[in-house]
Design a protein around this ligand. Structure first.
Ligand code: 4AD
Ligand code: MG
Length: 454
């Protein structure tokens, strides 16, 4: 009974669960896997999945040849199958359709003595992460990965359609980019040490001065021993960089960028959002994500936290001059129904390359975009120092090796201009859009402090 689909003898066209609505009343073939099986007397209710969604099949004993009924009745979960059946609209079905099964072809039957390890009962996160290669087959996990792909496509599309040139920075680098986080180090032939990049920013400042508007999109690495639900050691960052742009231009770019991503997700993933969160609330919240977003200075954010502390709404007071902790960010973002752009942090808590605010040079012309519902920072960006002397001074003040930054300083020697850019971590964005507890579910194979398998 083992064949590769589609069966050429069958007249039924091959389709996917996502597109099955185009075939109402017709017989179709689906290639996929058995996700679940219920039995009720002389009726079988197999649920099939094919990567684009799930659909329930109905198999009345009297309606199909006996061998088809027996095959399905004895089928093990996650066996691979090609199923033929007639598409019937059903308002109660999550996908809107059910399949009246006519035939089935089993490609590989999962052996009875080695059943699929992930069942419908609750499993702990360690059990699931250890079996991530299988866990991703479940409807919720596949829905997250589909939304991730749409977010990545929408993010690139936003820049591509506005004439940004994609320029990919190196992943192996000779020096740090973000002084504020740790590096993965390795030996690099006879050249000394190399590091996995933390951000492509410094390199795309060079490409921006060559091409005007650029972006990079690729994996980045952070080696701090952090175990928070927002931290991955390897994550994907998309970073635009724009010559002649200031902080206000950057904030406009960031709000339009996020609004575009959310619009694209809502266009095709309402069903996925419901699969993930169990309700339509998330989609309703995402509808509100439209530019303009509120802007809040660091000073005003601090005042907001002081008042909240005085009223007993947050436990610990915020110290003026410090960065915001996760509970601070949660409180601030909960005051708004869309992402809030917190700008002009104290220069001391931020990276060396940020342009000081001319109105108050102790502040940096920077912005962190905090997502609603306590998701915290999803975008960080700034205007960059364009003065050669000031930038050199900052490199020295931060005890960074000047020789590694000669090329970076050159950018301030030859036609320096004000320029700005930001970085968004795809996984933080996916966690917010999908309403997830932890970033480990936002990427096919998460890399965290104590996990590098599978
Ligand atoms: O705020 P960060 O560190 O900024 C930069 O790296 C700048 N050089 C970007 C730029 O201006 N071009 O990181 C940017 C974003 C964060 O807002 C967050 O979304 C994500 O990258 N990020 C992480 N995501 C997952 N795990 C981590 N450990 C992350 N660290 C940062
Ligand atoms: Mg940051």
């Amino acid at each position: 009974m083992s064949t590769t689909a589609p069966n050429p003898e069958s007249a039924a066209p091959l389709t996917t669960i996502r597109d099955i609505g185009q075939h109402e009343g017709e017989s179709v073939q689906l290639r996929g896997w058995l996700y679940n099986l219920r039995e009720s007397g002389k009726l079988l209710f197999p649920i099939f999945r094919d990567g684009s969604g799930t659909i329930q099949g109905i198999v009345p004993k009297a309606a199909v040849p006996p061998e088809v009924f027996e095959t399905i009745k004895n089928l093990t979960l996650e066996s691979s199958v090609t199923v033929t059946g007639k598409v019937r609209a059903d308002k109660r079905a999550p996908s809107g359709y059910e399949l009246d099964v006519e035939n089935i072809d089993v490609t590989q039957r999962v052996p009875d003595d080695q059943p699929f390890p992930i069942t419908l009962k609750e499993h702990g996160p360690d059990f699931l992460m250890e079996r991530r290669h299988l866990w991703m087959r479940t409807p919720r996990q596949s829905a997250i990965l589909r939304i991730r792909a749409t977010i990545m496509r929408a993010a690139q599309e936003f820049f591509d359609t506005q004439d940004f040139v994609r320029t990919d920075p190196p992943i192996l680098t000779p020096a740090a980019c973000e002084g504020t986080s740790e590096l993965f180090e390795m030996k690099y032939f006879d050249e000394g040490n190399a590091y996995l990049t933390q951000s492509g920013q410094l390199y795309i400042e060079a490409t921006a001065l060559a091409l005007g508007k650029v972006y990079s999109f690729g994996p980045t690495f952070r080696a701090e021993k952090s175990k928070t639900r927002r931290h991955l050691t390897e994550f994907w960052m998309i970073e635009p960089e724009v010559a002649y742009a200031g902080l206000d231009d950057l904030m406009q770019l960031a709000e339009n960028f996020l609004a575009h991503i959310v619009t694209r997700v809502l266009e095709t993933h309402r069903g996925d959002l419901k699969t993930i969160t169990g309700s339509d609330d998330k989609a309703a919240r995402l509808e509100k994500i439209q530019a303009p977003f509120p802007r809040l200075s660091y000073d005003d954010a601090h005042k907001m936290l002081e008042e909240a502390h005085a009223k007993g709404l947050i436990e610990n007071p915020h110290t003026y001059g410090d960065d915001f902790g996760a509970p601070d960010e949660t409180y601030i973002s909960n005051q708004f129904d869309r992402p809030v752009m917190v700008h002009r942090y104290p220069a001391e808590v931020k990276a060396f390359y940020m342009q000081p605010d001319p109105q108050d040079p102790t502040k940096a012309l920077c912005v962190d975009v905090l997502a609603p519902e306590g998701y915290g920072e999803i975008i960080g960006g700034s205007q960059r120092i364009d003065s050669y002397d000031l930038l050199k001074q900052r490199i020295l003040d931060h005890n960074l090796p000047l020789e590694s930054f000669e090329w970076y300083l050159d950018l301030r020697k030859y036609g320096s201009v004000p320029h700005s850019g930001f970085g968004m971590g795809i996984e933080r964005c996916v966690a917010w859009v999908c309403g997830l507890e932890h970033v480990r579910e936002t990427i096919p194979f998460a890399r965290t402090l104590n996990r590098i398998y599978p």
